[in-house]
Design a protein around this ligand. Structure first.
Ligand SMILES: [Zn+2]
Length: 405
């Protein structure tokens, strides 16, 4: 039940019903494609004629296209409908403290090329110049891309929704940084920016199949140089009054724990981020301290490989991360009670090693048996959840439900 705001309401016009039904058709094509008009009519329980009108609209606007003809036992052969992502692309950008990644994707968020990575330049002006140059080169080199619809950028920080200014990115040391206007000017393309955890949650929501309860409540925990969270409640991203809702990465596990990138001590992030896991293995006091030259190129993937080849110190460092992950997840689950929690990041490659530790710690702290049994789904780093999230920033709005009342 949602209350109607007596000040900022949106009245229904004679086009409202059609607009809602149009978006429903678009979403059904997206989740079921290829799909015929007859199947759409059955799914929506309306007459064929009504569907033909809506489909006609979407065909005219170039949002869907008619593809192959299907086989049928008798009668006219049905023509199948598809989302029209032919030759159209978006550029996904994942900015992390250590590295920045680029990937072209289609309008459904599917990668259409490899991932390019380079060390992150901390100076925002220089980073924009580097990004614009690389994006232009990528679009020039990539045959088959006729139109680029925009650039989606995920950042490890809190983003103001309207202006897309990065209010605070602790691991980058950024406060109040505007990348959107500068990157749009340098690339000539529209730019969308969002917090990485939120974008991951958004992409997860859009990629879930109809059967898995797409409109449900979910949390996405993105573990990388820091920890980002996205919270979806009843199909909508939770933002809060000033865009910091869901920053569980900075809730304390212990008041006198290791120093965190945000300046406080004992945050969940300071125990489970990649930097924290590596610091634990090398016996460094905190994740934020200087990294000795001979440890700079050592990654969580390297650590997992060592754990698998019998290095007991590596195994212990990973198990500790699993336990801390579970303890922090208990806070998230007790606070939000989501249907599912997704975890992304390099550490998921060790899921078979750490799952028991994660679940055991969650069981210790979860308030009810139902909370303790919350489904936790690892999302492999090879699926590029953060880049998919970046792509969704550009592609998802076309499919979103219109706001009325
Ligand atoms: Zn913190």
């Amino acid at each position: 039940m949602r209350k109607i705001d007596p000040i900022r309401f949106r009245i229904a016009t004679k086009d409202t019903a059609r607009e809602i039904n149009r978006r429903i058709v678009l979403n059904l094509v997206r989740t079921h494609q290829p799909i015929s008009r007859a199947d759409l009519a059955r799914a929506m329980r309306v007459r064929r004629g009504a569907i033909s009108l809506l489909v006609g609209d979407l065909l005219r606007d170039g949002l869907i296209y008619e593809g192959a003809t299907g086989e049928t036992v008798r009668g006219r052969k049905p023509t199948f409908l598809y989302i029209d992502s032919r030759g159209r692309t978006v550029i996904a950008v994942d900015i992390r403290a250590s590295q920045t990644f680029l990937m072209p994707a289609d309008l459904l968020g599917k990668p259409i090329g490899g991932v390019i990575g380079f060390p992150t330049v901390r100076d925002p002006k220089q980073l924009v110049a580097t990004l614009a140059k690389r994006i232009t080169a990528l679009l020039d080199d990539h045959h088959g891309i006729e139109a680029c619809e925009g650039i989606g950028v995920v950042v490890p920080g809190m983003v103001e929704q309207k202006t897309m200014r990065i209010m605070h990115a602790p691991t980058l040391g950024w406060r109040n940084v505007d990348l959107r206007d500068a990157l749009a000017a340098a690339s000539g393309l529209p730019v969308q920016i969002e917090n990485s955890g939120r974008a991951c949650a958004l992409a997860q929501l859009w990629t879930m199949s109809a059967q898995s309860g797409a409109a449900g409540d979910l949390v996405f925990v993105s573990v990388s140089d820091g920890v980002g969270l996205g919270v979806i409640i009843q199909g909508e991203l939770l933002r809060g009054r000033s865009n910091i809702a869901g920053e569980f990465g900075h809730t304390p596990l212990s008041l006198d724990g290791p120093r965190c990138s945000c300046g406080a001590t004992g945050c969940w992030e300071a125990y489970v981020s990649n930097r924290a896991t590596l610091a634990r293995y090398f016996g460094r006091a905190a994740e934020t301290g200087p990294v000795p030259a001979d440890q700079k190129d050592f990654t969580v993937e390297d650590l997992i490989a060592r754990a698998r080849s019998g290095d007991s110190k590596a195994a212990a460092a990973i198990q500790a991360t699993g336990r801390y992950l579970g303890l922090g997840l208990a806070t998230v689950i007790n606070g939000l009670d989501p249907a599912r929690v997704f975890i992304g990041g390099e550490i998921t490659a060790a899921w078979d090693l750490i799952e028991a530790s994660v679940r055991e710690a969650l069981l210790e702290r979860a308030l009810t048996p139902a909370a303790a049994s919350t489904e936790i789904v690892p999302v492999s780093a090879v699926e590029h959840p953060r880049l998919r999230g970046a792509a969704a920033l550009v592609t998802a709005p076309a499919f979103a439900a219109p706001v009325v009342a």
